[in-house]
Ligand binder design. Structure first.
Ligand SMILES: [Zn+2]
Length: 339
């Protein structure tokens, strides 16, 4: 009988984790207490909230909870704590590289403006990386509910701070609002500035939203992308181009994109040769972190240890980690499998 290897020891890269969403539930309670914020009961019960984001009301409810949690991050110390704990949790789950995603606009009002907010975040990432030994970088994500001009401003800022640890540019929030191509100029600025393009697509809407990310934003990675499974030709295109999909299975189930863990089309993407990087998305709201995504692949989709190691390799190859970091992680994955 095959021995079960510990998935928290499998080296991997974590490419889809949102800033506030990475918070420990206990830290949220601490910070709410510290700042006198009254949290909605869904965030204080100790259980992940019941969400259903497949309709706009459900998505709005999810965003409201997210905003309530975000309103507890008010000082540079809060930001430092959040980032350090996110790094600690990732290390515990076997991550050797974390790309955390943030829209600094959301934190700007309480932290003295957009540029100070971004600098506080980048400083926090730098210290957390040094303290924990985890390689960490930042994706700046624009909000598709806002004006495309705001996205351009953010893209320019992200490029300006590229040498301070920003590696990519994203686009988040409700895919049903606005068109990807409204943000094409922002993405052109980001790409020309050397950042990788990693917009969300193919989560709340179908394959066409993934195609839009490829055609209009020249995405080299897709946040989620799972709904590409509904279109074999699109799967082939993603596989041929080596576009990594940042697949977040627990998030998909929590938000009702799929009914059950076994419905997330991990096998379909894997068998089509689409590279994947499993991610936790918003552990604060969905109740599970990085290693749990690999557990889900093992438990509900029958991924063998060799296949789980291959998923981990795909996450590393899809990352913006420097070659020496990638080589070290890939070596660690081989060692995990050989053990
Ligand atoms: Zn996301």
């Amino acid at each position: 009988m095959e021995r079960v290897r510990d998935l928290s020891l499998l080296p991997k890269a974590h490419l889809h984790l949102h800033f506030t969403g990475s918070m420990r539930p206990s830290t949220l309670l601490d910070l709410a207490d510290k700042h006198g914020v009254h949290l909605p009961e869904a965030l204080t019960s100790g259980e992940p909230p019941k969400l259903r984001a497949t309709d706009e009301r459900g998505w709005f409810r999810f965003q409201r909870l997210y905003d309530a949690a975000r309103s507890c991050l008010r000082t540079p110390e809060d930001i430092q704590r959040l980032v350090r704990e996110a790094a600690e949790e990732d290390v515990r789950d076997g991550s050797g590289w974390l790309e955390i995603q943030v829209d600094p606009t959301s934190y700007a009002p309480l932290l003295g403006g957009l540029i100070p907010a971004l600098e506080i975040i980048l400083d926090a990432v730098d210290s957390a990386s040094r303290e924990t030994g985890l390689g960490m970088r930042v994706l700046v994500a624009a909000n598709r509910m806002k004006h495309p001009l705001d996205a351009r401003t953010l893209a320019r800022l992200a490029v300006r701070y590229a040498d301070r640890g920003i590696v990519g540019f994203g686009l988040s929030n409700d895919e049903r609002r606005g068109m990807a191509r409204d943000f094409d100029r922002a993405f052109a600025i980001a790409r020309e500035g050397g950042l990788l393009a990693a917009p969300h697509g193919g989560e709340l809407t179908g394959p066409s939203s993934v195609r839009d990310c490829l055609d209009d934003l020249h995405a080299s990675r897709i946040g989620h992308g799972v709904r590409a499974a509904e279109d074999p030709r699109l799967l082939k295109r993603l596989a041929d181009r080596g576009v990594t999909c940042e697949v977040c299975p627990a998030s998909n189930v929590a938000l009702g994109v799929y009914e059950k863990p076994e419905d997330v089309p991990l096998r379909t993407l894997y068998d089509a040769g689409v590279p994947m990087a499993l991610g936790a998305d918003d552990p604060l709201l969905f109740g599970s972190r990085l290693a749990a995504q690999y557990e889900l692949a093992r438990e509900h989709h029958g991924f063998t240890d060799a296949e789980l190691a291959e998923l981990a390799r795909q996450s590393v190859r899809g990352s913006a980690a420097p070659v020496d970091v990638q080589d070290k992680l890939l070596g660690g994955i081989d060692a995990w499998l050989a053990d």
